[in-house]
Ligand binder design. Structure first.
Ligand code: AMP
Ligand code: ZN
Length: 475
């Protein structure tokens, strides 16, 4: 079955065809070139942003799982109104200011087990490519200048608004327009290059001094890194218009070739029915949630588990439910490790594992239907638990299950994730506490036994007393 994903540009669920020509085998395709709009590094990203970034990660992991090679870029927006204002308010350089929030963002990505991408360009490192776009547009007559700023003339570009399906009336009426401009001929036009302002960072170009507009960096970085048409471009749905529409217009006008084949947009994370956003103040950063004691693993689970084309409402209750789902996985792993029976592997289990992997693959191939994929996975967990309860599994079966979980985790990234906060927990110390608790119970010092249990619970370590002794797991 081919991998199909909804394409905002065509409005249909299209087969992914890297390079644009269909091949017999997945391994015959060139690397899938992907560009994801990255963060504006003026503050902490909120978990609405991370819904999109976790999705990008899920997408690239699934492509790799399916045998595609990937070549993925995500930009860091380190020059815009907000970063400039932030640096000024603190009286430090733009570079120093944005470096701080870039580092924080990178740490957060790691915490959420998001794989590093192949390219992480900063907007300010691509000024040369922006100037090239401006040159092309200038030579081809798409540019005009007003009060030192350079604008793209939408009226000259055929097909503007094709992806967002906004009609001219809607855009022209000012109902929807690009606010990233100072003064312009037509409300639809957007600034490619902004006139310099006093005490503001600016660059010299053959077309005058100034700084980039909002949209040009993505087109410039794509050109610089990939050179030509790319396979996939991702971002949140709020970027379809005007940001992505403008990227298409300036790139296709400048270079005369298709900009992107497949556009993939992630719906918003909501809070009480509104988009989670900085401006509404209804947001949590990742660190807010970690401070409240939620684990990165459950946050990753929660963000991945809703289909990317559906809005979903964020609640703390939702993270607790994610935690419970993860408990089911962890409990299975603990139960497996407790199997003592020695016997030949159970053929039934191998079949179950294979059909789980293929069911999951088919689900995710179908427009990344993660909800169905997780359904298949949890049915498998239930079936394996039943086999264990019926004493049908032996030690020889453990590997087959763990192997299947590892395969799946290459896509999900939340089964075997180690929480940074818990990774270096001292196992010897935990064991010694468990021994001391046993000793306390033997001498009927139940107060001390309870105290030890509570101490461990506070550290996120849960004890379970079984007929074979006490075992522990991380909360
Ligand atoms: P920004 O740092 O504002 O440029 O946003 C980074 C990414 O997060 C973009 O792809 C946005 O579309 C996306 N984004 C912003 N808010 C949300 C939200 N509430 N839910 C999902 N994605 C979002
Ligand atoms: Zn962008």
């Amino acid at each position: 079955m081919p991998l199909k994903i909804y394409n905002t540009l065509t409005g249909s669920v299209d087969e992914l065809v890297p390079g644009g020509t269909r091949k017999e085998q997945v391994s015959d395709y060139p690397s899938v070139t992907i560009y994801s709009c990255g963060p504006t590094v003026y503050s902490f990203a909120h978990i609405g942003n991370f819904r999109t970034f976790v999705f990008n990660d899920f997408l690239r992991r699934h492509l790799k799982f399916r045998g595609f090679k990937v070549n993925h870029a995500m930009n860091i927006t380190d020059v815009d109104d907000k970063t400039i204002a932030g640096a000024r308010a603190e009286g430090i350089s733009l570079e120093k200011y944005t470096a701080r929030y870039t580092d924080i963002f990178m740490e957060d990505l790691k915490t959420l087990n998001i794989e590093p991408v192949e390219h992480l360009p900063k907007a300010t490192d691509s000024i040369d490519s922006m100037i090239d776009i401006i040159k092309q547009l200038h030579d081809k007559g798409y540019l005009y200048e007003k009060e030192g700023s350079l604008y793209f003339s939408i009226a000259k570009f055929n097909g503007y608004g094709r992806m967002s399906r906004l009609d001219t009336r809607e855009i022209k009426s000012g109902l929807r327009y690009d606010t990233d401009s100072y003064g312009k001929d037509d409300v639809r036009d957007f600034a490619l290059w902004k006139a310099p302002k006093e005490n503001e960072v600016s660059w010299e170009t053959p077309y005058g001094r100034g700084r980039p507009g909002w949209h040009i960096e993505c087109s410039a970085m794509i050109r610089k890194i990939f050179g030509t048409t790319i396979d996939i471009h991702t971002g949140g749905v709020d970027l379809i218009f005007p940001h992505h529409e403008n990227e298409i217009a300036q790139s296709e006008a400048a270079y005369g070739e298709t900009f992107v084949r497949h556009w993939i947009h992630v719906e918003h994370l909501l809070v009480n029915g509104s988009k989670m956003s900085k401006s509404l103040g209804n947001y949590y950063t990742l660190r807010d949630l970690l401070e409240k004691g939620y684990s990165p693993r459950s946050i990753r689970y929660l963000l991945i588990s809703a289909h990317y084309r559906k809005q979903f409402n964020f609640t703390l209750e939702g993270i607790t439910q994610a935690d419970q789902a993860l408990d089911r996985i962890d409990n299975l792993i603990v139960r497996l490790s407790d199997i003592k029976k020695e016997a030949a592997p159970t053929p039934e289990l191998r079949k179950l594992a294979d059909s789980m992997i293929s069911g999951f693959t088919d689900a995710v191939d179908d427009d990344l239907n993660i909800s169905r994929g997780l359904g298949v996975f949890f049915e498998f967990i239930h079936a394996v638990n039943t086999l264990i309860s019926d004493d049908k599994l032996s030690r020889a079966d453990i590997d087959a299950v763990v192997e299947a979980l590892k395969k799946l985790d290459a896509v999900l990234g939340f089964i075997f994730i180690k929480d940074a906060s818990k990774a270096d927990r001292d196992e010897a110390w935990i064991e010694s506490m468990i021994q001391e608790r046993l000793q306390a119970k033997k001498v009927r010092n139940f107060a001390r036994a309870d105290e030890i249990r509570n101490l461990l619970t506070a550290q996120g370590i849960i004890l379970e007393d079984t007929k074979d002794g006490t075992r522990w797991k991380l909360k």
